[in-house]
Ligand binder design. Structure first.
Ligand SMILES: *Cc1c(COP(=O)(O)O)cnc(C)c1O
Length: 396
């Protein structure tokens, strides 16, 4: 037998974290890393956050799980909070981002099908998008590498170029149910939608009675410097998928919708055994206690601006390596002139710095939202030491 007990679907590196301390990770062999990857934009409060730990411990000792057959004071409270903070009127809780996107897709189809428009099922999505790894969410993504081996895809998706409003307009037909778009593409390389593009999609949806679905699984919950990124584009969606940062490391996601958009989501239409259980609700409440605060979000914007301008000033020292820096808040992409994976490995293995590579030759810099200036200093020291010692031929 040569297959590993852990199904070998990840090319795992040899860093084996066993403990977290605020913005650092400690590995099995005792090495210490500055964590500017945050479990891929998940550990918004860093590691070992006292408020989050206390909330989970208290709820675990009180009531961990009950079925959605019963009333949920915990779910009602968090849903009310999200409704008050956003465009939404109603919330469905999930355990992951992909499930939140699945619920968003089902909500958009049900919006049309509840009154018998069964022909309007197609969701238009955008090249280089990432929406998850379930069959529906890989079908929603244009990336062939995620499809290989898993055909046939689910019908009802169509891909067009990101930030191309004309293409979006021409793609609308009798089967169109809506658009699904990341306001800032994460896996695609921190590619930011143009204001005019998102505003144009909003106008097309209004004109043709289509659903505008935002995938804010990565960009949401303070990551971009506002509670959700859409706030920075002068639009509101009909449906929004959120996850990653909202649990601060506890697995939780949610699909948010307006009353109008959710008109097909009636009793019996959808469900989840774990979704919205008391333990998950307690974790998300503790995260919102910190992040859903204007002063905290202003701090994320300020720290993001400082980090981006420090990176910007530094890039010119290595014109052969770096091209530019972009992003919003602490959702930052460092665009390289080379394939970035070997450099990410070099920073990790030789300079104790964790980041994540993404599409478009980008290194994602996604620290915990609770960093302070000492972490920005430490990041810049490690980044510049890594650039100075990097031999492009070096293998990961
Ligand atoms: C991570 C991600 C997902 C999938 O979330 P999972 O929790 O891994 O299922 C979906 N959409 C976007 C934009 C993401 O970044």
């Amino acid at each position: 037998m040569s297959i590993t007990p852990l199904m070998p679907v990840y090319p795992r590196c040899d860093v084996r974290p066993v403990r977290g301390e605020h913005c650092h990770l400690i590995s099995e062999d005792g090495r210490r890393f500055l964590d500017f990857a945050s479990g891929i934009a998940v550990n918004a409060l860093g590691h070992s956050h006292e408020g989050l730990i206390a909330a989970i411990q208290k709820q675990a000792a009180t009531l961990m799980h009950v079925s959605n057959l019963y009333g949920s004071p915990q779910g009602e409270h968090l849903a009310r909070r999200l409704v008050d903070l956003t465009f939404a009127d109603t919330v469905f809780f999930t355990n992951s981002g992909a499930e939140a996107v699945e619920c968003a897709i089902k909500t958009a189809r049900a919006y049309h099908q509840h009154d018998g428009s069964a022909e309007r099922f197609e969701i238009i999505t955008f090249n280089n998008a990432f929406h998850g790894r379930t069959l529906a969410t890989i079908s929603a993504s244009s990336q062939d590498k995620m499809h290989k081996g898993f055909l046939p895809l689910l019908p009802g998706f169509r891909y067009i170029e990101f930030n191309d409003l004309e293409a979006a307009k021409s793609a609308i037909g009798p089967h169109t149910a809506g658009f699904l778009v990341e306001p800032i593409q994460g896996e695609g390389g921190i590619r930011i939608a143009d204001d005019a593009f998102l505003q144009g999609l909003r106008a097309l949806c209004d004109e043709h009675d289509l659903m505008l679905i935002l995938d804010e699984v990565q960009s949401g919950v303070g990551r971009s410097g506002t509670f959700y990124a859409y706030e920075q584009f002068g639009i509101e969606p009909d449906i929004l998928a959120t996850a990653k940062g909202i649990g601060g490391g506890f697995p939780i996601g949610a699909c948010l919708a307006t009353e109008k958009a959710a008109r097909g989501m009636v009793a019996g239409a959808h469900g989840s055994t774990y979704g919205g259980n008391p333990l998950a609700m307690a974790a998300a409440e503790a995260v919102l206690d910190v992040i859903a605060d204007e002063a905290f979000l202003a701090g994320v914007r300020a720290k993001g601006d400082r980090l981006r301008s420090r990176i910007e000033q530094f890039l010119g020292n290595y014109p052969e390596l770096f091209e530019s820096v972009r992003g919003r808040g602490l959702f930052i992409g460092l665009k390289m002139k080379i394939e970035p994976r070997a450099f990410v490995a070099h920073m990790r293995d030789h300079h104790g710095l964790l980041t994540v590579s993404a599409g478009d030759n980008v290194v994602r810099v996604v620290p915990p939202l609770v960093i302070d200036d000492t972490h920005i200093d430490e990041f810049m020291e490690k980044l510049s030491a890594a650039a100075a010692s990097y031999q492009p031929a070096e293998t990961a």
